[in-house]
Design a protein around this ligand. Structure first.
Ligand code: ZN
Ligand code: FE
Length: 256
């Protein structure tokens, strides 16, 4: 079975569009549709015909292109059942534990609420890839808008348990500011210091810092590291629960 092909490109000011394509069947999915026109252009450039849209959550910068693309292509739209009422054009709703076939691959759905109440992640084990929307970012995580910090921590913990070599596609290019913030939380993390320099270099060259890999995030992303002693000490939270340390880091990021 030929491997899935994945194409990432910038959309709006700091969103990403992502297309996944199964060469054997010609099936092509857009992960969210931040904006219909750049997604249409990317499809044309690749010569791929859209068959599916996979929606991670209801926010406009992930869904506003869904209806225009659906009406042009007749594609099938699959999205989160726990916030289905907020998304127009859904043909099928899915939630944690569900899975479906995409070409020769199996797509597993994980519930990752917190940023929104019904946010989901699409995970394809055979391709070692996860599309996490606005739950996890490179060196960061999404704002907890509709859920609670405990809920968001549980979602991030779920993602953290995926295999370390899983490639992670995120909704936004926020890495450089995330890195600056993370250095204040864990200044002694040599891997983070090195990565922050690498991120600066990529951004200076106008290149994306994504996708990322889960093992890299586990080493450098403070939002996945509330159990680390140096971070707890830095925050004066040596005896707190992991989710409380996570909540404090998230709170500081909101203020900063
Ligand atoms: Zn969002
Ligand atoms: Fe977003």
């Amino acid at each position: 079975m030929a491997a899935l092909q994945i194409h990432q490109f910038p959309c709006l000011s700091d969103n990403f569009g992502v297309l996944i394509h199964d060469p054997a069947t010609g099936m092509t999915a857009s992960i969210d549709v931040p904006d219909a026109e750049p997604v249409r252009q990317a499809l044309a450039a690749k010569g791929w015909k859209l068959t599916h849209i996979l929606v991670t959550h209801h926010h406009a910068d992930h869904t506003q292109g869904v209806l225009p693309l659906k009406s042009q292509t007749g594609c099938t739209v699959i999205g989160p059942k726990n916030e289905a009422a907020k998304i127009k054009g859904l043909d099928r709703t899915v939630g944690g534990g569900d899975s479906f076939d995409f070409g020769g691959a199996r797509v597993e759905v994980l519930d990752t609420p917190g940023h929104t109440a019904g946010h989901i992640t699409f995970y394809i084990p055979s391709a070692k890839v996860a599309f996490v929307g606005d739950t996890l970012f490179a060196i960061g995580c999404g704002r907890v808008i509709e859920g609670t910090p405990e809920m968001m921590w549980e979602s991030l913990s779920r993602l953290a348990k995926l295999p370390g070599d899983t490639t992670i596609y995120c909704g936004h290019e926020y890495t450089q500011s995330n890195a600056r913030f993370a250095l204040g939380i864990e200044p002694g993390n040599a891997a983070l210091v090195a990565r922050a320099a690498e991120v600066d270099k990529l951004r200076a060259a106008g290149k994306p810092t994504l996708p990322t890999r889960l093992d890299v995030e586990l080493e450098t992303n403070p939002f996945l590291r509330p159990h680390i002693a140096a971070i707890r000490k830095q925050l004066g939270m040596e005896t707190a629960a992991d989710w409380e340390v996570f909540a404090e880091i998230r709170e500081r990021k909101n203020r900063g």
